[in-house]
Design a protein around this ligand. Structure first.
Ligand code: NAP
Length: 246
């Protein structure tokens, strides 16, 4: 390991078009070594080779399903053996629920699956990686959340009567709450934990035509939270570096 090598891990980097890919690229542009993780080794290797072709930083492919406790444990053991620390954890992976899904009629099995990945998978990742993050001089966790889980977002928020799937929105609200609890528990350590909404991002077909912005623009606010200075905030919820209402 090179002296001062900064090690990051991003979850859910299965697609070149996804936010996880753009965030990995942004971290690599800062010279970081990034474990780019996806549900299968094949997907992780494909995106890592695309990222490495750019010649900035290093992408290391890793299979990681955040709903699988064994995968998480293997990942933590590997990072510990290879670097003995983790500097940045980006919890980007999430499951969405169908557009228009209603609280009164949601399929409870589907809703549980959304919570299993978005909330419990992220929670388990935080638990497994915190011991490694505490070994960093400046450990940072970014929980990629959504305005859908905000009471104050005037467009996508919980109180706006939009068509965002209920289990997606409620799981992101729970993720925000988890972020606060974890961050306060780490108040005496050097680890900062924040939730970040990337904004409406064109990671799906037709997204740009609907007004969504390119992933590299949304990645900027995630990079900001991943590289906060010592006097930067913790236990917050942000979009593009600005406070977002809970
Ligand atoms: N796009 C937006 O407008 C927007 C707005 C607000 C917030 N966000 C948030 O931004 C993040 C990235 O979203 P995106 O737009 O890039 O969506 P996406 O393309 O659907 O990315 C989500 C990724 O998470 C992965 N994933 C799902 N369950 C997983 C699990 N159990 N283990 C590991 N990986 C898992 C998916 O893997 P597979 O490829 O294997 O399915 C996928 O690659 C999400 O947290 C999302 O909620 C997005």
């Amino acid at each position: 390991m090179a002296q001062n090598e900064i090690i990051a891990l991003v979850t859910g980097v299965g697609k070149e078009t996804g936010l996880g890919f753009a965030v990995s690229q942004a971290l690599m542009s800062q010279g970081m070594t990034v474990y780019v993780t996806a549900r299968t080794q094949g997907k992780a290797e494909k995106v890592a080779s695309l990222l490495n072709a750019a010649g900035m930083g290093t992408a290391v492919p890793m299979a990681l399903d955040i709903s699988d406790a064994n995968d998480i444990s293997v990942a933590a053991t590997k990072i510990d053996a290879e670097y003995g620390k983790l500097d940045v954890l980006i919890n980007n992976a999430a499951m969405t629920s169908p557009y228009g899904e209603l609280a009164a009629s949601a399929d409870m099995e589907e809703a549980r699956a959304v919570f299993d990945a978005t909330l419990f998978g992220t929670w388990a990742m935080c638990q497994a990686m915190l011991p490694l993050l505490r070994k960093s001089d400046a450990g940072r966790i970014v929980n990629v959340s959504s305005g859908a889980g905000s009471h104050g977002d005037p467009v996508f928020g919980l109180t706006t009567g939009n068509q965002m799937g209920t289990s997606y929105a409620v799981s992101k609200a729970a993720l925000n709450a988890l972020t606060v609890r974890l961050a306060l528990e780490e108040a005496e350590s050097t680890v900062k934990i924040n939730a970040v909404c990337p904004g409406f991002t064109a990671t799906f077909e037709g997204g740009e035509a609907m007004g969504a912005r390119p992933p590299h623009e949304s990645a900027t606010g995630v990079l900001w939270a991943a590289t906060l200075p010592e006097d930067g905030p913790t236990a917050g919820f942000f979009r593009d570096g600005e406070v977002l209402a809970w």
